[in-house]
Design a protein around this ligand. Structure first.
Ligand code: ADP
Length: 236
C-alpha cells in the first residue's frame, strides 16, 4: 500500500527580481486507488508541486514523503508524464518504454509489461521512432513507460491537453482501463474540469499565486468544480 503525504509544503524561488512565493502551506495525502486532480490558475504552483514530488526540487519548507521517505527518484519509482511526453527521439518505442529499467539497472515484470503494451495497442509500434508516431500514439507510449514501472506514485502534467478531442477521449479511456488493473496513486494536473470530473476521485482546487489549498472535492461533477473555481478565482 503506497501513501504520499504533503504537510505544510511551502516553496519560494529566489530570482534576480526578488523572491517568488510559489506554494503556501499545502497539505494533503493520497493513497493507492486514488487519482487526485490538481486544478488552479496559471502560475499557482502546480508544476512546482510536481517537481517537489518527482524529487527534482528539493529546497522547500514542510514535509513531503512517499511511503515514509522524502521523494528521491533514485530510491523510489516515481512515474512522470510531462506535457511533451519526454520521449527520446533517437530511441525506438520499445527502448523508450524500458528506459527507466536500463537507467536503474533493474528488470521489468515482462508478463505485466506485455499486457500493458497490448492494452495500450502498442504491439505493432515497438520498432518505430517517436517522430513516426501520432500525438496520441506518443501519449500511449508515455503511459506504457510509466505503468510498466509500477510506480509508487504517478505524476501527470496536463497529459491529454496536446491531443485533439477524440484522441484525448480514447487515451483517457485507455488510461482508465490500464489504471484499473494497477490502481497506482496518481496526481493529475489539469485545466480541463470535465477531465478532472471523469478521472479523479478527489479534486484539489488551488488559489491564485501563491498556491494555497482552497478545497478538496470528493468525486465532484464538472459543475461542482466550475462553481467553486468561479467564486474563488474571481473573489481573489
Ligand atoms: P503553474 O504550473 O501553476 O503555472 P509554476 O509552478 O510553474 O505554476 O510557477 C509558480 C510560480 O513560481 C510562478 O510565479 C512562476 O513564475 C514561479 N517560478 C516557477 N519556476 C521558477 C524558477 N525556476 N525561478 C523563479 N520563479 C519560478
Amino acid at each position: 500500500m503506497s501513501r504520499t503525504n504533503i504537510r505544510d509544503l511551502s516553496v519560494c524561488y529566489a530570482g534576480t527580481n526578488g523572491t517568488t512565493h510559489a506554494l503556501d502551506r499545502l497539505s494533503f495525502s493520497l493513497s493507492d486507488g486514488e487519482i487526485w486532480g490538481i486544478v488552479g490558475p496559471s502560475g499557482c504552483g502546480k508544476s512546482t508541486l510536481l517537481r517537489v514530488l518527482a524529487g527534482v526540487l528539493t529546497t522547500y519548507d514542510g514535509e513531503v514523503s512517499i511511503n515514509g521517505t522524502r521523494p528521491d527518484p533514485k530510491r523510489q519509482s516515481i512515474g512522470l508524464i510531462p506535457q511533451n511526453y519526454a520521449l527520446l527521439n533517437w530511441k525506438r518505442v520499445e527502448e523508450n518504454i524500458f528506459l527507466p529499467f536500463v537507467i536503474r539497472r533493474t528488470y521489468p515484470d515482462r508478463a505485466y509489461a506485455d499486457a500493458v503494451i497490448h492494452s495500450l495497442g502498442l504491439d505493432s509500434l515497438l520498432r518505430r521512432y517517436p517522430h513516426e508516431l501520432s500525438g496520441g500514439q506518443q501519449q500511449r507510449v508515455a503511459l506504457a513507460r510509466s505503468f510498466i514501472q509500477q510506480p509508487d506514485l504517478l505524476l501527470m502534467d496536463e497529459p491529454f491537453s496536446a491531443l485533439d478531442t477524440l484522441t484525448a477521449e480514447r487515451c483517457r479511456r485507455l488510461f482508465r482501463e490500464v489504471w484499473q488493473e494497477n490502481p497506482v496513486s496518481t496526481l493529475l494536473v489539469t485545466h480541463n474540469i470535465f477531465e478532472a470530473a471523469e478521472l479523479c476521485s478527489h479534486v484539489a482546487i488551488l488559489s491564485q499565486s501563491p498556491g494555497r489549498l482552497v478545497r478538496v472535492l470528493h468525486t465532484p461533477t464538472a459543475e461542482d468544480i466550475r462553481l467553486l473555481i468561479e467564486t474563488q478565482w474571481t473573489e481573489n
